[in-house]
Design a protein. Structure first.
Length: 245
């Protein structure tokens, strides 16, 4: 790697779920393969760290790079809430031993809507199903706006109404959103959750207990290739911030 080429440091939330960990590592591996194809002579270093639950954390992940080498931190998070605006921003600002930039979050992005729709189709989506977008939620209103934006993008991609339910910190709570969708559905229609979570884990378990008839799989699943759309988004976020000056 050229000394001036920033490393790509993907930072996920972190999870205690082994399936979730495998799924996120699969995304890291797919990103490594993609950068090696694009830059066969001098691919940037790729690292995976976490903002919560798992190690290595952001400082330890940056410390694993060559001393003084630049880096771009790419949040492997679906919206820019507290973890991006506070935790990751502070961690990047504290990295005084090297140039470090912080990219945007993965979403909102039309390519995520493409993956969400694919997951719905895999789950057996029917024409008369009512779709609810299940999201983690945030106390940061900017993240809530991002999630509602994604509901609009999924509605446009699927050609049907999509409502939103939050698993924490925002309203409507997902069980309430499911109940509201059911109240407006025809007698024989189902409520189907579009699973706007990156990988299996605690929130995925909560989504599956929210009362929907069908719950699609999250964006990443273990033992399957990471969707190419997600890999492209990670690389695009990196490229947009790789000019560190």
């Amino acid at each position: 790697m050229s000394a001036s080429t920033p490393a790509l440091v993907g930072i996920s939330h972190g999870t205690s779920s082994e399936d979730g960990r495998l799924a996120v590592r699969g995304l890291r591996d797919a990103v490594i393969e993609a950068v090696e194809r694009r830059h066969p002579d001098a691919p940037p270093a790729v690292r995976l760290g976490h903002v919560d639950v798992e190690q290595p954390d952001v400082p330890a992940t940056l410390a694993s790079l060559e001393p003084g080498s630049p880096a771009v931190v790419v949040p492997l998070l679906l919206s820019a809430g507290y973890h991006v605006h506070v935790d990751l921003t502070e961690a990047v600002d504290a990295a005084t031993d090297r140039p470090v930039a912080l990219s945007g979050a993965l979403g909102p992005d039309d390519r995520l809507a493409t993956v969400l729709l694919r997951r719905l189709v895999e789950a057996g989506l029917r024409d008369d199903d009512r779709v609810v977008l299940a999201v983690a939620g945030s106390s940061d209103q900017r993240a809530v706006v991002d999630c509602r934006d994604m509901a609009g993008r999924l509605a446009a991609a699927s050609g049907r109404d999509v409502t939103v339910g939050f698993l924490s910190a925002a309203e409507p709570a997902l069980p309430d959103a499911v109940a509201a969708a059911r109240a407006h559905a025809a007698a024989d229609s189902r409520v189907v959750l579009a699973n706007y979570l990156l990988a299996p884990g605690y929130f995925d378990d909560l989504a599956r207990a929210a009362g929907a008839d069908v719950v699609a799989r999250p964006l990443l699943v273990p033992d399957e290739p990471a969707p190419s759309e997600l890999v492209e988004i990670v690389l695009d976020r990196y490229a947009a911030s790789a000019q560190l000056g």
